[in-house]
Write a protein that binds this ligand. Structure first.
Ligand SMILES: NC(=O)c1ccc[n+]([C@@H]2O[C@H](COP(=O)([O-])OP(=O)(O)OC[C@H]3O[C@@H](n4cnc5c(N)ncnc54)[C@H](OP(=O)(O)O)[C@@H]3O)[C@@H](O)[C@H]2O)c1
Length: 287
């Protein structure tokens, strides 16, 4: 018996990273999980050698920057599985940039925003992309899924994945991303008020969380375990995607039925700002 037996869940951004940890935690508790990303994959990563998980999961293409793609994806989930009980808005992220007013081409290229030769236009597009991916697209997904949940019997749960960069203390080097994640925390509270009691909406704000990309692009080569890097984090380490997954299961699994509109910080007790300089080092070394 799992805490989420029979539940139908969407998790965005499950081709790699934190989204995979969330999807696995939901599958382990009995949910059926439909993940998405922009590229085509044969299956949700990590389900190939587990026939039970493979039978309760799917990985479909959906670019969350395209509102029509979100509409079609959510409808496909409903047509296939009959309902949606859980949405985890995980897809997002960005790249730190040394100067908010002048984003270098390399930074824009790594982030994946539309390109522009003009410095000002490139900078503007970089920031717009960060806000689109970390605030507007999760809002589009939440609204589309809520429209479905409101037609169903029972209650639904939406969890937004935010970041410590959204802390009110500010986020130099991550200005547009921090503003978008702060907006996500605020949106969580507003949607919880609009949609209760049928739908609960909560948020998990992550500190540094160890993924393949994090190992390759953030942890210094001479400190691969992050022993020095995480010295200012009270827990002296980064989080694991499985720990984010466990927090999401808590929020969706019946133990948190009176928790609504809140943002849980899953960051080892990290103070705002302590890693901004360290987080920028990989980028400045590349520039
Ligand atoms: N890791 C950390 O240290 C950390 C810290 C704070 C907050 N977070 C938050 O945690 C979440 C996950 O981060 P992560 O570190 O796992 O990032 P990641 O490794 O870059 O993975 C991002 C996932 O989102 C998907 N994705 C990207 N753009 C998409 C789009 N337009 N439509 C649909 N899917 C898209 C990616 O797949 P494709 O590229 O194949 O489309 C990938 O599966 C993000 O919201 C991030 O802001 C992470």
């Amino acid at each position: 018996m799992g805490k989420l037996d029979g539940r139908i869940a969407i998790v965005t951004g499950t081709s790699r990273g934190v989204g995979v940890g969330i999807a696995h935690a939901l599958l382990a508790e009995g949910a059926t999980v439909v993940g998405c990303s922009r590229g085509e994959l044969a299956a949700l990563p990590g389900t190939d050698d587990n026939p039970d998980w493979a039978g309760r999961s799917a990985q479909w293409v959906c670019d969350q920057g395209d509102v029509e793609a979100i509409d079609a994806f959510v409808q496909r989930v409903v047509d296939t599985y009959g309902r949606i009980d859980i949405l985890v808005n995980n897809a997002g992220g960005t790249v730190p940039t040394p100067h908010v007013e002048d984003v270098p081409e390399l930074v824009q290229k790594i982030q994946g925003a539309p390109r522009a030769a003009d410095d000002f236009e490139r900078t503007a597009l970089f920031h717009a992309f960060a806000v689109q991916m970390n605030l507007i697209s999760p809002m589009w997904f939440a609204i589309r899924v809520a429209r479905q949940m409101k037609t169903q019997e029972g209650t639904g749960s939406i969890v937004n994945i935010s970041s410590g960069a959204g802390h009110p203390a500010g986020a130099p080097t991550l200005v547009s991303y921090g503003a978008a994640k702060s907006g996500l925390n605020h949106m969580t509270r507003s949607l919880a008020q609009e949609w209760g009691p049928q739908i609960r909406v909560n948020c998990v704000a992550l500190g540094p969380t160890i993924t393949d990309n994090f190992r390759s692009f953030v942890l210094p080569a001479d400190d691969p375990t992050g022993r020095e890097y995480f010295d200012l984090v009270p827990m002296k380490r980064g989080g694991e995607p499985a720990e984010v997954g466990a927090t999401v299961v808590f929020l969706c699994g019946g133990d948190a039925d009176f928790i609504n509109g809140t943002t849980i910080e899953c960051d080892g007790g990290m103070l705002p700002g302590v890693l901004y300089d360290a987080g920028l080092k990989t980028i400045t070394d590349l520039l």
